[in-house]
Design a protein around this ligand. Structure first.
Ligand code: AMP
Length: 409
């Protein structure tokens, strides 16, 4: 099926062909007709599936068909600045042949230019929740004409504690705007949120049919903590990987690893919440341009990163929350490219590996790399399993287990 047959306006078809998008991805095929009818939507789709265009195309289509301009009529809420930036960038490409204007309202940036842009008139607002509230309180923006609201990466909006902000923003919206909720995982928390925000939503899940998010090869290495960075540097050098996204658990570890990679002759940069927005943008640009080979990031900072060619992700530590693993490895294997996700597991992290096995519903066996074998006489520092999160993981087993099976080789 083509974009033409979805009934999109010629200006949008033009932009799609300039971008070289020949066919809709599965989420686009499923979501665009629903959004065009004006219904609410609850979609389970990951970054990399083409979900941004899945909600932006029908929104732009509706706006293009009317004559009003310069009044915010669509709102997209995103958990992180990086994701918000990407949505605007992608949106401006899709809207290139129209007169529709986007505004990016993100924290960490000067509010003045955002106010100026709002005053000039915009049609689509893309915002992180905190900064959006700043504008609403300041009076530089009114949401009274909003027709469609998108809650993008809603699972992460909740993880990052934006529930109250979402409620406060909702009070400023018209009574029943069309509402679209996208989430990588659909669990009880998302179901509860959807009950509040959505009205009889159409449900879409692209798990299994989503070519854009497959395939990802997952490998696990048993290695002692102090050897992890050296193992990463060794594998990067040996395989001549040019662009590697590395996840570390804390900001401090991110900074330490960056220093060590640089000492090993691998150009590296850090992406975490203590870095300025300017630094974060520069690091991402240099990574995309191939000027740095290794980008080391925390989970929160990495959310929303979209680098189509990204082929390798390394988890220096397993995440405490097993679901974060799904988000991390989702950074690779995008838009149909094969991806490789390596995870380094020390003896202290074995309980996390067990949680991951429950979540993915499969046996994960770490391998050893010659020269980096773990010291088998060590005792785990914290052998206790976190029973709460194990239970939570088991609840999600059914949904995620099915998807991950297809993604694992
Ligand atoms: P997203 O899931 O929205 O972050 O999109 C992931 C990547 O897929 C982005 O780099 C998009 O530019 C790209 N993309 C989205 N839709 C298509 C399509 N129909 N054909 C090819 N690439 C696409």
């Amino acid at each position: 099926m083509s974009f033409q047959s979805l009934g999109l306006e010629p200006q949008l078809l033009d932009a799609l062909s300039s971008l070289g998008f020949e066919q809709p991805t599965p989420i686009q095929l499923d979501a665009i007709p629903v959004v065009l009818t004006g219904k609410d939507l609850l979609a389970s789709a990951e970054t990399g599936s083409g979900k941004t265009a899945a909600f932006l195309l029908p929104i732009l289509n509706r706006l293009v068909q009317t004559v009003e301009r310069g009044i915010p009529r669509a709102l997209v809420l995103a958990p992180t600045r990086e994701l918000a930036q990407q949505i605007v960038k992608h949106g401006e490409e899709l809207a290139a042949k129209t007169e529709l204007r986007f505004v990016l309202l993100q924290g960490g940036a000067n509010i003045g230019p955002q106010c100026e842009r709002l005053a000039q008139g915009v049609d689509i607002v893309v915002a992180t929740p905190g900064r959006l509230l700043d504008h609403l309180i300041k009076g530089s923006l009114s949401l009274s004409a909003i027709e469609t609201v998108v809650y993008d990466e809603a699972d992460r909006l909740l993880d990052m504690g934006f529930k109250d902000e979402i409620q406060r923003i909702r009070k400023r919206l018209p009574t029943n705007p069309q509402s679209l909720l996208f989430s990588a995982t659909i669990d009880d928390a998302i179901e509860n949120l959807a009950n509040v925000l959505l009205d009889k939503p159409i449900r879409i899940s692209v798990a299994g049919t989503n070519k854009a998010a497959t395939p990802i090869i997952q490998r696990f290495y048993a290695v002692d903590p102090e050897k992890k960075q050296k193992l990463a540097a060794y594998l990067i050098g040996k395989n001549n990987w040019r662009q590697v996204l590395v996840f570390a658990r804390t900001k401090q570890l991110v900074d330490e690893y960056v220093q060590e990679f640089i000492l090993d002759g691998l150009p590296a940069s850090a992406l975490h919440g203590d870095k300025t927005q300017g630094h974060r943008n520069k690091a991402l640009e240099q990574f995309k341009d191939g000027k740095i080979r290794v980008l080391v990031a925390t989970d929160v900072a990495a959310r929303g990163i979209d680098i189509p060619a990204l082929s390798v992700v390394i988890n220096m530590e397993l995440p405490f929350v097993a679901e974060d693993y799904i988000h991390r490895i989702g950074r690779t294997g995008r838009a149909g490219n094969e991806g490789l996700a390596l995870s380094f597991v020390s003896i202290d992290e074995e309980w996390m590996l067990q949680e991951l096995e429950v979540l993915l519903d499969e046996r994960l066996t770490p391998q050893w790399e010659a020269g980096f074998e773990p010291d088998l006489t060590r005792e785990p520092k914290n052998p206790k399993k976190n029973s709460n999160s194990a239970r939570k993981s088991r609840d999600k087993k059914r949904i995620l287990g099915q998807r991950s099976k297809r993604r694992t080789r």
